[in-house]
Design a protein around this ligand. Sequence first.
Ligand SMILES: NC(=O)c1ccc[n+]([C@@H]2O[C@H](COP(=O)([O-])OP(=O)(O)OC[C@H]3O[C@@H](n4cnc5c(N)ncnc54)[C@H](OP(=O)(O)O)[C@@H]3O)[C@@H](O)[C@H]2O)c1
Length: 256
Amino acid sequence: MNQIPDYLYADVDNKTWLILGASRGIGLEFVRQLLARGDRIIATVREAYAAHASALWGQAGNDHGRCSMHICDILSEESITKFVAQIAMIPNLKIDYVVLNAGVLRYPNRSTEFSFDEFAFHLHTNAIGPIITAQKLLQTNIPIGLICFMSSDSGSQGNFREMEDGFAAYAASKAALNMAVRHMAAELKRKDDDTIILAMHPGEVATDMANINLTWVVEGIISPEVSVANMIKVIQSKGIQHSGTFWTWEDKPYVW
Ligand SMILES: NC(=O)c1ccc[n+]([C@@H]2O[C@H](COP(=O)([O-])OP(=O)(O)OC[C@H]3O[C@@H](n4cnc5c(N)ncnc54)[C@H](OP(=O)(O)O)[C@@H]3O)[C@@H](O)[C@H]2O)c1
């Protein structure tokens, strides 16, 4: 599906980003802003020709060589493996920033009501898929500066959001992600691996995911533009001393 042959050699000053889950919402906005800055992007969608991937094709199609698109469905280990193997073949590739953004919220998902499959769906997409993707990327020879996992304030144990009725599977999946992220950072530190591992809360962002009728008032809703512009700065400001930490789009440390 890579229609742009001029590939992403890491031999000049621009940064290279991998944005996983770039078809719409926050992921698509990352691609838009990074292209505008002159950076290079490896972007993934899960279906090449789905209607909702067309915005990404539109964005990157106008650009020559700085955005390459791949398929990756994080619900499928085969798809993750194939994608990682594809980019591992790119000569001289170095990825400065990986943003594992893909996620789902199928509302409502209450502990007293959800099915086995519904709970598993959230866990697979929001926790297992991103962690396995990061693991497989780290197992390649591609130098990777930083991996940012898109988490959520809903997944915090220390700041439990009791009012979030209908968010049980989603919150539990982000809490599971957070714990595995912390372990990943600790494991890499023990191995003297310098890849920085972060979790991020993007804010309450007006995307398809947030387009639901909730029983509580969501305060401080921001646009994807504002969320992503801030997150890019937050991500780029972190060093190895921050590995294993959780941040908000406003650059505030968040409680796990
Ligand atoms: N919006 C918020 O207020 C908010 C708050 C806290 C955290 N977050 C987190 O931010 C991230 C992005 O959310 P968003 O608001 O941009 O949501 P969105 O508009 O619903 O977009 C979700 C993205 O994830 C992709 N995705 C879903 N399942 C996937 C799979 N199995 N494999 C690969 N990609 C998959 C979607 O691809 P398709 O187009 O193919 O479905 C889409 O690109 C999520 O992790 C979410 O939990 C959002």
